[in-house]
Design a protein around this ligand. Sequence first.
Ligand code: GLA
Length: 749
Amino acid sequence: MKTSKLLLLSVLAFVVVAPSASARKEKKKPYNHTVVEIPAVMRQVIPVETAHTQLILRVQENGVLQTLHFGALIADPNAYLDYFTYRSDDNGSGPMAYPTAGGRYVGEPALHVKYADGYHNTELYYAGHEVHEKGNVITTEILLKDYVTFLEVKIVYDAYQKEDVIVTHTEILNGGKQAVELQNYASGSLYLDADKYYLTHFHGGWADEMQMDGELLTHDTKVIESRRGTQVTQCNNPSFLVSLNTDRLEETTGEVVAGALAWSGNFRLSFEMDESGRLNILSGISPYASAYKLAPGQTFVTPDFIYTFSQRGAGQASRNLHAWARNYGVYAGGQVNPTLLNSWEGAYFTFTTETLLRMIDDAAAMGLEMFVLDDGWFAKDYPRNGDDAGLGDWEVNTAKLPEGIDYVASYAHDKGLKFGIWIEPEMVNPQSNLAHAHPEWVVQSPGREIYQSRNQWVLDLSNPAVQDFVYGIFDNTMQLSDKIDYIKWDCNRIVANAGSEYLGAEQDRFFVEYAQGIYNVMRRLREKYPEVIVQCCSSGGGRVDYGALKYFNEIWTSDNTDAFTRVFIQYATNLIYPACVMASHVSAVPNHQTGNVTPLKFRFDIACSGRLGMELQPRNLTEGERALADRCIRSYKQYRDLVFTGDVYRLASPYDGDYYALMYVSQDQRRAVVFAYCTKYQNRAVGAHSFRLDGLDPSRKYKVTELNVDRSSWWGSGKVHAGDFLMNGGFNPALLKTFDSGVFYLEAD
Ligand code: GLA
């Protein structure tokens, strides 16, 4: 640890300036209005530092906590002690660390509280702070108080030293005697100061998720918000990148701030450029229909807001987030998960035990490591033979699978494969015993239609009885066989006419308690099943967030398995989320979602840049295709640790040009794998494109081998090349036709 940090730690060891009752004496004003006196504090700087970045907060002499800097590390943060902006106080307040509705502040509030007397003002003042160090994480907790209402906010900053990531949340305590209503309660605020802010964010829809979008921010507020209740990330994502002093997203250069909210419910990110030109980023739970009543003495803990700063463009920002995710943010992050064959696109609802056994035979023969039985295996009275019945009735459909699940799972295990199974526990089909037995468990609003979507309704996870039931679905499914290694957790619709019979008059709690309900269930499940691999599917891309990833090992990024469309989805997903969580499957052509026909090699090369799987009927592959599949699966096992644990370097963006290319480099820079794809035909005059490899040691020599081909697309394959040659334009494989692709393995001698 740096000396400055040591010094600060000893000086700042918990200085609580809790005001005594006498300190809160009232002083008379001429207009007969009494104003509570704020305890005097000393101006001081509170730095929140990582190895290369720094958030500098300052307690003003009036007790307000401000954010003065977030960016590169400044050796002496006390340089900010006397920093002065020449800005008049009359124009609203300065950059408060946690801006509240009230006082002089007129911008978007992080916190907006309505009190029992009907007033809306909160003014938070510094009341002390603590710093703790635990290995790689330095935690700074700053206590702020409103001396009129006795509301307290503790802002917690966890600074991950190695990863250069800060994770913040707040704990809001109602210290008063009457209930209050939290109308806005963001997890955090982040002020930035630059001449220009280029925002990159994500939009899309089903089978078209995580499309990159970007714009130069102008004055006022840009909001990214989801009000969908479930599947909250299908159309946007609680994450962003802001590039400073530029009007585009740069991969390798420039200052970039990237962040994400760890919350699987309605979210809201706002980007407000105020009249001074500063940008305030707020990230938190969406306040939509969610005013939260806080009883006296009660504390609300907001979800984590994760952010990082890079001076090397979006690439370094992603690497910081990914490293944090692998080490802390993803369940069993960095663990190498098995390759698999999933039954969905190969069999849909139409299978027998025999179909499954033959698929298992083929998966084993191709060298895959797990078989996943998807939708269609359950419900007796309302059998799940299509998407119109059965959800809710989680018993094996013995008419379809008379030998049961254990028989199939054991067959897979005997063949050396793991076994996984699909559930969609948050949902119910009207055609099910569950819908008849527990109509009160369905999300609904009195007198209003309970709309169906994919012929199903949503179960009310804000109700603890429903949480127990959903826990039971997973738990009982695990009892079907002691050979279940993987659960695919689906969630295929959004909430409509939101409402909970259980919550009665407290409907404002619905959206928050639904999301907390999922976490309650997952927390319990993880205690009982720490080893089982759980995929967060959610219709593909519907629950892609760091809140879910605390419990889930991986995400199904999209129901769209077309390799060409996946180029764009995976590129954008990987800006924020690491490759180890991206499940990516090779499927049949013409693709079932888009009708596109792409070569099998291209499909494999795309899927191999994430967690490789297949989702087709292997019997339909030709002999030649089977041989290629075997080869690609075999070679994947040689380098996949790099995909799961290496650092990503993006070499070409499909959003910018005719190629997509990326590479993963081992932490010791000795090994790497490069994936390169051509997305547009190159004419003869253009010839081959030079990719500048990145992240290698320039002085080392690497043997480069193109995998899965008899004749390489690159003249340099099979030879040894210096790192600086590869990183400065020497690598130019002839990927000239649309859907040409190559995977290159690099090993230092
Ligand atoms: C969703 C999932 C698919 C598949 C089907 C089954 O659409 O995203 O992968 O599991 O449900 O019904």
